[in-house]
Design a protein around this ligand. Structure first.
Ligand code: SF4
Ligand code: ZN
Ligand code: ZN
Length: 330
C-alpha cells in the first residue's frame, strides 16, 4: 500500500476514507482534520483558553499534542482516581501525563497541568467511594463518572476556561449512540453532540475535537508521534457495556468499511435537520445548596450527597475498603 500523497510506503490505510498515508503525511493529516472539525462544529477559536481532560491514554494525550501544535492555548487536567486494580493504573497513567508535559514544556512554556487527586482532596479514592456509596451495583463507573464530571466542570469553570475538551473518539461516540438507540433514549440522543453548550451558569462548555476519528487512527497518531501513553485500560472497564458494543461495531465495520462513520454522521445530520428538537425539553436545574453547581435534584447535588454519605460512614468508624475489580472477582 502506497501513500496517496507521495507514493512512499503507507503507515496507515483508512478504508472508510479510501486513503492510505505514510507516517509523515499522516502526522500532517490528522491535525489538519482536527482543525477542520473544530471549525465545522464551532468548538472554539484561537483566543479561547482550553482545558483538556487527560487520562494518560492515547486519545487525550494525542488531543493535547494536536491542540498545542495547532497553536491553541491548551492546559491539561488530570484527575487521580486512586485506581490500582493490580496494574497500578492511576499511578502509571499520571506518570505518562507528567512525562508528556516534561517533554513539551520547553517548547510551550505556557502549558500547565492541573491535577486533582480525589483521595487526597475528598478523603476517599474512587473505588473506596464506590464501595461505600452502593451506587452502580458493584461497578465503580457510575461513581467515577459523577466525580469526574463534577471535578472537570469545576476546574474548567473556576479556572476561567472557555471550553473543556475531551479525547472521545468515533468508537466511543458510536458505542454510546448504539446503546442509546437500542434503548430509544431520546433525551440522551438529543444531547449527544460534538459540542455541548454551557446552558447554565456554573456549567463549562464541552467539545470533542476527535469525535470523527476511529480509535485506530488516534492510536496510530500517538504511535507515529512517539507519544508514550498507558496501554492498559482501566481495570474496571473489563466487561463494560461500552466494550461489548465496540466489539459488535467492529464486526460490522470489518464487513462494511465506513459503517461506524456513516452511523455517526447520519445521526448528526438527522439531529441538524431537527429530528430531536421536540425531545429537547428543558430540564429544570437549580444551583446545589452546597457547591453551587447546577443540579436537577432539589437541595444538594448527587456529588455533594455522595461525599456526605461517605463522611457519615467514616464517622461511624466503619472500615473503608476498595471496590474489587468486578469482572475478575465475580
Ligand atoms: S472504567 Fe469505570 S472506573 Fe475506570 S475510569 Fe472508566 S468510568 Fe472510571
Ligand atoms: Zn506520504
Ligand atoms: Zn453540590
Amino acid at each position: 500500500m502506497k501513500c496517496k500523497k507521495c507514493g512512499e510506503t503507507a503507515a496507515i490505510n483508512m478504508r472508510q476514507h479510501k486513503l492510505a498515508l505514510c507516517a509523515e503525511h499522516y502526522l500532517e493529516w490528522l491535525p489538519q482534520q482536527t482543525q477542520r472539525f473544530i471549525e465545522k462544529y464551532h468548538m472554539f477559536g484561537p483566543e479561547d483558553r482550553i482545558l483538556v481532560a487527560v487520562s494518560g491514554g492515547k486519545d487525550s494525550l494525542s488531543l493535547w499534542d494536536v491542540l498545542l501544535r495547532l497553536g491553541y492555548r491548551a492546559d491539561g487536567l488530570y484527575i487521580g482516581l486512586g485506581i490500582d486494580g493490580g496494574v497500578d493504573y492511576s499511578h502509571q497513567s499520571y506518570e505518562k501525563v507528567k512525562q508528556f508535559v516534561a517533554e513539551r514544556s520547553g517548547q510551550h512554556p505556557d502549558m500547565h497541568l492541573r491535577a486533582v487527586d480525589v483521595g487526597q482532596v475528598y478523603g476517599a479514592t474512587v473505588p473506596e467511594a464506590a464501595q461505600i456509596s452502593n451506587r452502580g451495583h458493584g461497578k465503580p463507573c457510575s461513581v467515577c463518572g459523577l466525580i469526574k464530571r463534577h471535578i472537570m466542570n469545576r476546574v474548567a469553570y473556576d479556572g476561567g476556561y472557555d471550553v473543556l475538551a475531551t479525547g472521545h473518539n468515533l468508537d466511543d461516540e458510536v458505542a454510546v449512540l448504539m446503546q442509546n438507540t437500542l434503548h430509544w433514549q431520546a433525551g440522551y440522543l438529543a444531547r449527544q453532540a460534538p459540542v455541548l453548550e454551557a446552558s447554565r451558569p456554573g456549567l463549562a462548555r464541552k467539545a470533542k475535537p476527535f469525535c470523527r476519528f476511529y480509535e485506530r487512527e488516534t492510536a496510530a497518531y500517538a504511535l507515529l508521534r512517539g507519544i508514550d501513553y498507558i496501554y492498559d485500560e482501566c481495570p474496571y472497564a473489563e466487561g463494560s457495556n461500552t466494550i461489548y458494543y465496540k466489539g459488535l461495531l467492529n464486526q460490522l465495520e470489518a464487513d462494511r468499511p465506513g459503517a461506524k462513520l456513516q452511523f455517526y454522521l447520519g445521526f448528526l445530520e438527522a439531529k441538524a435537520s431537527g429530528l430531536f428538537d421536540r425531545v429537547q425539553e428543558e430540564v429544570e436545574l437549580n444551583a446545589c445548596e452546597k457547591c453551587g453547581q447546577p443540579t436537577s435534584a432539589p437541595g444538594e447535588c448527587a456529588f455533594c450527597r455522595l461525599w456526605e454519605r461517605i463522611a457519615a460512614y467514616k464517622a461511624e468508624g466503619r472500615p473503608v475498603r476498595s471496590l474489587p475489580v468486578y469482572a475478575k472477582s465475580l
